[in-house]
Design a binder for this molecule. Structure first.
Ligand SMILES: Cc1ncc(COP(=O)(O)O)c(C=O)c1O
Length: 217
């Protein structure tokens, strides 16, 4: 996989989707999902101008952040409370805050590190029992509690819609939920559907396979 070529293609498609939607391309940030990919591939992406990378595992984030300075890291995986300390301060944005116990731990760790941790609330838009994320109707109360915690800045919402079916309605409902709550960031869209997500208002798209190729088993 030619990482630079993959990035170019994705950037072109982002620009085209923005143009269709009448959006400024600067309003969409590309998170290159580098989960399981070796640091050399991240370096190639960095050399091609990519500055934001998304990691799913706390341990990997720590190792890659040590190996690769000058990157804006985003944490996009399921986060266990006992791993919060590895992520706070390392990740510029945590996309997967989905419960109050985790928010409390992130707040505690951020406070003792003397920083403000930016987070997104993950929403289970498809109401899938096996998936992480707060149910849409529970998001307003969760947000209110998160807003009351010190050292946490909730900026927006994130979702992973069901693998089957048309994601557009889910993206749209996430945007409407965020609008009603005064949240501006929307993390939605992966390799298969980031153009649709942009048409529906995504401000952060998380793209792995289309940049780095398939992940091994
Ligand atoms: C939360 C999240 N977002 C985005 C991606 C990237 O998916 P894709 O490789 O289909 O672009 C992944 C991949 O594991 C992910 O876990």
């Amino acid at each position: 996989m030619d990482v630079a070529a993959g990035l170019t293609r994705v950037r072109e498609r982002i620009a085209a989707a923005c143009s269709r939607a009448g959006r400024d391309p600067a309003s969409v940030r590309l998170v290159a999902v580098s989960k399981t990919k070796p640091v050399e591939m991240l370096r190639a992406a960095q050399a091609a101008g990519q500055s934001i990378f998304g990691e799913n595992y706390a341990q990997d984030l720590r190792e890659k952040a040590d190996a690769l300075p000058g990157v804006e890291w985003h944490f996009i995986g399921a986060l266990q409370t006992n791993k919060a300390k590895l992520v706070v301060g390392r990740a510029a944005l945590i996309h997967t805050c989905d419960r109050i116990a985790l928010a409390q731990e992130l707040s505690k760790r951020a406070t003792s590190a003397g920083l403000t941790q930016r987070v997104l609330l993950e929403v289970n838009v498809g109401r899938e029992p096996q998936k992480a994320g707060a149910l849409p109707e529970d998001v307003p109360a969760l947000l209110e509690k998160v807003r009351a915690l010190p050292s946490l800045a909730p900026l927006g919402l994130m979702c992973i819609p069901p693998a089957e079916g048309d994601p557009r309605a889910h993206f749209r409902s996430l945007r409407q939920l965020g609008q009603g709550l005064g949240l501006t960031e929307l993390s939605m869209g992966m390799s298969a559907d980031y153009e649709i997500a942009i048409e529906e208002g995504a401000t952060l798209v998380r793209v792995g396979t289309a940049i780095f190729g398939e992940r091994g088993a």
